[in-house]
Design a protein around this ligand. Structure first.
Ligand code: UDP
Ligand code: MN
Length: 303
């Protein structure tokens, strides 16, 4: 009798122990699954590096950083177009779509900072590249910008922006230059001005922006801008003290303190052409930049 009770006692404690261990494993598994990929710099999957290097060994590598949210139609055209365009120039490149997955307003500059941190170990220069701006003149060269930032979509040729200090759209920057100016400001939620602030950073660092020479096409036929202003409305709202703060040069934020979580990375192909999608949650410090979410205007009900 005693023996069998002992045996049962042993069995009971063993099965409890098993249940306990399974429980702990389950809880740990849930916890780990809920964690984002560490925000620290990560090495790229090797196959991509090998593929681009084997194309043109010893040439500088270009990371095309595309700040992105809700522009899938444009992306379907962008990827095959860029492959066709850059392969003609023998540029070793890879496209990184940096997708903002949070409920804050779009922040193009912070997404570029995140893309830079992700690629800086494996690439020599970046192109900050709008997804809806397709170069169509083969004289626009995406070579390594050894002597300073190179603005591909110049005010003389951009379909929409023609002021002299404009550097938005498509800009090539080598790694060292981007680091020198601490990347872009993180204060720009919503549309506009982040590129103008970046211009001042470059200027303060005495980096001279150059542009393609001897381009014979103009604003109508150098790029295709796939942008319908009613279908893809620009978020021009200004709230809190956004207008005032974003007009000034930002000396506090940049590459060194962009706050984000990288939730996942995906290798995706479009027409069998590989790209990498980074799923990024941008974190907003509402005390510093409350305009990362503008309150909806209160609708007054008619009686
Ligand atoms: N963008 C995006 N989703 C948005 C807003 C902007 O993906 O909701 C990206 C996209 O790459 C776009 C770029 O940011 O090309 C610049 O925005 P937009 O085209 O509105 O600016 P524009 O230069 O046409 O004034
Ligand atoms: Mn556009």
């Amino acid at each position: 009798m005693y023996g069998s009770v002992d045996l049962m006692g042993y069995r009971i404690s063993a099965s409890r122990c098993l249940a306990f261990c399974l429980g702990i494993t389950f809880i740990m598994g849930c916890y780990l699954a809920s964690l984002p990929i560490q925000s620290e710099k990560q090495a790229l999957p090797k196959p991509i590096i090998q593929q681009i290097s084997s194309k043109v060994p010893n040439k500088k590598r270009l990371a095309i950083l595309v700040p992105f949210r809700d522009r899938f139609e444009e992306l379907l055209e962008f990827v095959p177009h860029m492959y066709g365009f850059l392969n003609k120039q023998n540029i070793p490149f890879h496209i990184f779509v940096v997708q903002q997955k949070d409920s804050n307003r779009f922040n193009r500059a912070s997404l570029i900072n995140v893309g830079f941190l992700y690629t800086r170990n494996d690439y020599d220069y970046i192109a900050m590249h709008d997804v809806d701006l397709l170069p169509v003149n083969d004289d626009l060269k995406y070579d390594y910008p050894a002597s300073g930032p190179f603005h591909i979509s110049s005010p003389q040729t951009h379909p929409k922006y023609h002021y002299e200090t404009f550097i938005g759209g498509i800009l090539l920057v080598k790694r060292e230059d981007y680091e020198l100016v601490d990347g872009m400001s993180n204060n720009y939620w919503g549309w506009g001005l982040e590129d103008d602030e970046f211009y001042v950073r470059l200027k303060d660092a005495r980096l001279k922006v150059t542009r393609p020479a001897n381009i014979t096409t103009g604003p109508e036929n150098t790029f295709r801008h796939i942008h319908d202003k009613t279908y893809r409305r620009r978020d021009m709202r200004k709230c809190f003290n956004q207008r005032e703060v974003t007009r000034r040069r930002d000396r506090l934020t940049g590459l060194h303190n962009v706050q984000y979580k990288l939730w996942s990375t995906h290798t995706v192909t479009i027409d069998e052409l590989p790209i990498t999608v980074l799923n990024v949650e941008l974190l907003c410090d509402k005390a510093a930049t409350p305009w990362c979410q503008c309150p909806e205007p209160v609708k007054v009900k008619k009686p």
